[in-house]
Write a protein that binds this ligand. Structure first.
Ligand SMILES: Nc1nc2c(c(=O)[nH]1)N[C@H]1C(S)=C(S)[C@@H](COP(=O)(O)O)O[C@H]1N2
Ligand SMILES: [Mo]
Length: 315
């Protein structure tokens, strides 16, 4: 990574962030030089944005009374097939992933199709911290403080047209940077979708951080979806495209195995996955299993959207 030395820059160019990053690099290099025990506990990463503190203006606890999952679990046990199908390898393999420059393209049935620079999006919205339960279809779960803003606020500025019934999201395709894309474990790029009312639901957020800091690459930097009443796989990472469409998008997981992964993927303890039960889950870092809640505990905010639908059929 190229970082200008402070002496090469005019004072006006030296932002707080650069000072912070230079200091971080210095600390990391010193730690490497000293070696041994001194290194432990210092996160060394070449992603220029990792670890950067975010300015949160509002906080909400949406898993009242529950203990936050420690950062080390959330950042070292990841499903991100673009890097690896091994959850413990993703953090290391995504270390050099470049999240700048980065654009998000808004397409389809909208009044304002446009390509946004990621930093422009980040600056446009006040950042909120939201502590949500998060449950993977594989029956592990977490309680995680995300930082982001409501997807609905972003959708409003795109001005969807009346035939925008669904929103389709796409992850970056770059097999050089994402070694998992060199294998056909899924159809690339990763695609996910929401019905427009699900996308506009106030619980749905675009996240750019967690635990008060910029998202680690392995958790979907620079921008990912968080829909807390749905299984983990709906929460698409490293988004480069948001398209407003008339027909239901076919997600990568539906293509891979439509009997196992439906479009809705609402957390539902009474509808088992074909190969295992969904009635229980285990929080990362904890030993005992707990009962899985309908809509992951967010029935009050989510259930109305599915009134009259057979949730065994629309799983
Ligand atoms: N692009 C992309 N997004 C993805 C995935 C993926 O493989 N690729 N995995 C999904 C699955 S199965 C889960 S459980 C969550 C995991 O998010 P986390 O690593 O932040 O816990 O990301 C989801 N988003
Ligand atoms: Mo998952």
């Amino acid at each position: 990574m190229l970082i200008k030395k402070p002496s090469d820059m005019s004072p006006s160019e030296i932002t707080d962030k650069e000072l912070y990053l230079n200091r971080r690099e210095f600390i990391a290099k010193t730690a490497i030089a000293i070696g041994g025990a001194a290194v432990s506990g210092i996160k060394i990463t070449t992603d220029a944005n990792a670890g950067q503190k975010l300015n949160v203006t509002k906080r909400g606890h949406f898993a009242e009374g529950e203990k936050e999952t420690p950062f080390k679990h959330a950042a070292n046990y990841n499903n991100f097939y673009e890097f690896s199908t091994n959850k413990e390898d993703v953090a290391e393999l995504s270390r050099n992933f470049r999240t700048r420059p980065w654009t998000v393209s808004v397409e389809g049935h909208v009044k304002k199709p446009r390509v946004y620079d990621i930093d422009e999006i980040i600056k446009a919205f006040p950042l909120e911290e939201r502590i949500y339960r998060f449950r993977c279809v594989e029956a592990w779960s977490m309680v995680l403080p995300w930082v982001g803003f409501p997807l609905g606020d972003f959708i409003k500025i795109c001005e969807p047209l009346s035939n925008a019934k669904y929103v389709e999201f796409t992850t970056l395709y770059n097999p050089k940077q994402m070694p998992g894309q060199q294998r056909n474990v899924l159809e690339w790029p990763y695609v996910e979708g929401l019905r427009i009312d699900e996308a506009l639901n106030p619980l749905t957020i675009l996240a750019l951080g967690m635990y008060g800091e910029v998202l680690p690459n392995q958790n979907g930097a620079p921008l990912r979806l968080v829909v807390p009443w749905k299984y983990g796989f709906k929460n698409i990472k490293s988004i480069v495209k948001i398209r407003f469409v008339e027909d239901m998008p076919i997600s990568s997981w539906m293509k891979a195995s439509h009997q196992e992964y439906g479009f809705y993927a609402n957390v539902n303890p009474s509808v088992p996955h074909p190969r295992w039960s969904q009635s229980e889950e285990r929080r990362l870092g904890e030993f005992l299993k707990i009962k899985t809640l309908m809509f992951n505990g967010y029935a009050e905010q989510a259930a109305d959207m599915y009134k009259g639908m057979d949730l065994r059929k629309y799983f």
